[in-house]
Design a protein around this ligand. Sequence first.
Ligand SMILES: [Zn+2]
Ligand SMILES: [Zn+2]
Length: 595
Amino acid sequence: MAENKKEHYQQSMLYRIRHSTAHVMAQAVVEMFPEAKYTIGPPIENGFYYDFDLPRPLTPDDLELIEKRMRAIIAGKHTFVKKIVSSSEARKIFKNQPYKLELIKGLEDGGFDENGEPLGEKVEISIYSSDTFVDLCRGPHVEDTGQIHPEAVKLLSVAGAYWRGDEKNPMLQRIYGTAWETTDELEQYLWKVDEARRRDHRKLGKDLDLFSISEDVGPGLILWHPKGAMVRVIAEDFSRKAHLENGYEWVFSPHVGRAYLWETSGHLGFYKENMYAPMEIEGENYYAKPMNCPFHIQIYKNRLRSYRDLPKRYAEYGTVYRYERSGVLHGLTRVRGFTQDDAHIFCRPDQVVSEISKALEFSLYILRSFGLSDFKAYLSTRPEKYVGEIADWDKAEDALRSAIEDQKLPYEVDAGGGVFYGPKIDLKVNDALDREWQLSTIQFDFNLAERFNLEFIGEDGLPHRPYMVHRALLGSMERFFGVLIEHFAGAFPVWLAPVQAMIIPIADRHLDYAHEVAGKLKAEGLRVEIDERSERMNAKIRDAQNQKIPYMLVVGDKEVEAGKVALRLRSGENPGSMQLDDFLSLARSDVEKRI
Ligand SMILES: [Zn+2]
Ligand SMILES: [Zn+2]
């Protein structure tokens, strides 16, 4: 969650409700298992959890019983009472709760008086009690359990969790739950969770044969299967053409570069922990690239640039490698190797406002072409530590802000949240489930032009420093593909669908005609397959529907005779028999409209 969103959440009623419901859940668990040792139970985004050390593993039936008890506790309208106690009092209260004693010890060790002396025994600790349950807690809570809607609470799952997240510690049982102000909100949330599971790109990636990750290759490294790769090829071709039409020049650069390059760029200084270890070639260290910038800079530097040559816009689908802990890797959206639709713009200071504006407009055009429409911009401005001149920063920030305002985008300013080398715009998109994804970034850079001593010869015949802007629109192809899969639940628009039409012959005697139809459609550029299996027609239709293929063309005796196809759509609609040419113009129009 973004910082300001988080703060807002922590002050909300929902946060109090969830915090309080976690206490109620812990009380219910302790009532069921008097020997239970309880640890911590914070509110989280969309709910709460609590970790327990229990005599046996919980079952789904247990969750139901716990939920039932929780409703009874809630109905008691028990007040939450806060009390400040000394640490020795706290230790008495929690004398049978070893995890709480450990937390109290931590508070004692971390508590200092105004002279910097450890407070130890004198440390003050807040506890909250409601009904029979007492917890070590800072709050806030609702006033009494009557403010929790008993039917808007649901326990979701149990998972293993190490005490303090450390695998050397005992494994605990974490119960996840959710709580809302109304039953409508709860239902809406449960629907979303369910829908998110149904749309999970890792599941659909497998079901639709789009991509895989092989342990033999390594975690976080994506294998694009033919159908996934087809979507990517179409997306890349479309976007490359648009780049060329919008004044970008296409470049290619290698996957590795000498240590010297990464020292000059500063990556070995401030980015090394994200880079793969070097490989030695003829006594020199080479690094897999975590970014494409230094390569594009070398292309810029390859000859003397005049003010008349600018702007230079170099674009590349550049594959980069970055180290991520294996624990945070996630399908396509968090990986170790990915391809950015990257570009670097080198321009004169007087061109920068229009360059930024164009880049943002172009970004929106590309994203909208993929069926995304709900955007929000985030402008990150000068942090405390920065390079460059304040006047340049101000100018750059103004350029970014006016570009956002020109596009009439809703936006938030993250004051001081920029990286040290320049302000940036992050463009986030809300998908079909209203989940926010970060895609485009337009990033100023006052650092690299300096470090690589970039120049252009001005009208005055003297060398000047160009401005440099990094920008990626889809972001990473892997991540973008993951977002698309989930946004469309695998049912890609016709123009992107890896297979656009499945021809379904009813019997073997219709195979020749099926091939004839396929030949004509392929000649028109459509991606077509024939289901030649000797399955029943309905089974073939169901399979094509499960594969989310936009058009199913059923051909039987009548169609063969009249030169027709019987069209069915993946939505279940059934437009029926039509001339092949009519189907073709329908398909062509869908592709053109990108629906
Ligand atoms: Zn609490
Ligand atoms: Zn860059």
